[in-house]
Write a protein of this length. Structure first.
Length: 276
């Protein structure tokens, strides 16, 4: 398709050129079959989107009930305890990551930046980094690694308002726009705390400044209610993790269906693959 620009920042296709475009079509029967197949695929994608939204709402409701003690699981009773996150773990910010050290796709440690949260496969666990570094470089950067299982998130900039929290799948480094929480209490389940973090709005801690940010003192003072028995924490975390797995499977199915539709369009709408 030819686009022309006529004295503006918007590209447009003049009517006379649109009328001159040639379109190769199959017989009406084949057109109808192709349209029907694409429509059914669209309907499947829409139904999966609705189901994903429904499952997310169900999970949100479950979190509000289970992570606050409003609903107790069978076989568990007793009071919950209140702790501050600074009492059960350690918050630490990341380290400046000079450009001269960036760009290495192999190394001993992944060095995550906020943008890495967008990488496919990093929806829950941080598994794929765009940058890696050797342990021998850490001292010269004044950096320390974060241990596997730490909960990481953005602490500076607009990304704070996206409320993304992830778990490290291995020992890793973070740049200075991120922070990590490392659990240090043996009687508290790591997965429970991760799910608790999911429903806590870190952006509520942000001061109204030109550059949004969260500091460690604010994070340390966050109060959390949790079951006294670690087994109850674990069962709650297992229920929520199963819900996450179901949602992830639906998202994967939806994305696969969208790719199939793209392939169908490329094959069927160009005549590469014929139905009749």
């Amino acid at each position: 398709m030819i686009h022309r620009s006529y004295g503006s920042t918007f590209l447009e296709l003049p009517t006379r050129e649109a009328k001159a475009l040639q379109l190769h079509l199959p017989k009406i029967e084949e057109q109808q079959l192709i349209a029907d197949a694409l429509t059914r695929t669209d309907e499947l994608i829409v139904s999966l989107d609705k189901l994903i939204a429904k499952k997310k709402d169900i999970k949100q409701g479950a979190m509000q009930q289970l992570l606050t003690g409003k609903t107790r699981l069978p076989g568990f009773s007793g009071e919950w305890k209140e702790v501050t996150l600074g009492d059960i773990g350690n918050f630490r910010g990341g380290t400046g990551f000079p450009l001269r050290f960036q760009g290495k796709t192999l190394g001993e440690l992944p060095f995550y930046k906020v943008s890495d949260m967008n990488n496919p496969g990093n929806e829950i666990y941080m598994r794929k980094a765009n940058n890696y570094i050797e342990r021998s470089r850490l001292q010269s950067l004044g950096a320390k690694s974060f241990s596997k299982g730490s909960i990481v998130f953005a602490k500076v900039g607009a990304a704070v308002f996206l409320e993304r929290k992830r778990l490290l799948s291995a020992d890793s480094c973070l740049d200075n726009n991120m922070a990590g929480f490392t659990l240090q209490a043996p009687d508290i389940d790591q997965a429970f705390i991760y799910h608790w973090f999911q429903q806590f709005r870190l952006s509520d801690l942000v001061a109204a400044t030109a550059l949004p940010s969260i500091n460690n003192q604010q994070l340390r003072k966050i109060s959390c209610q949790l079951p006294t028995l670690i087994r109850e924490q674990q069962v709650i975390a297992e229920i929520l993790s199963d819900m996450d797995a179901e949602i992830d499977a639906l998202i994967a199915r939806r994305d696969k269906t969208a790719l199939i539709k793209t392939g169908m369009m490329q094959e069927r709408l160009t005549g590469r693959t014929r139905l009749l």
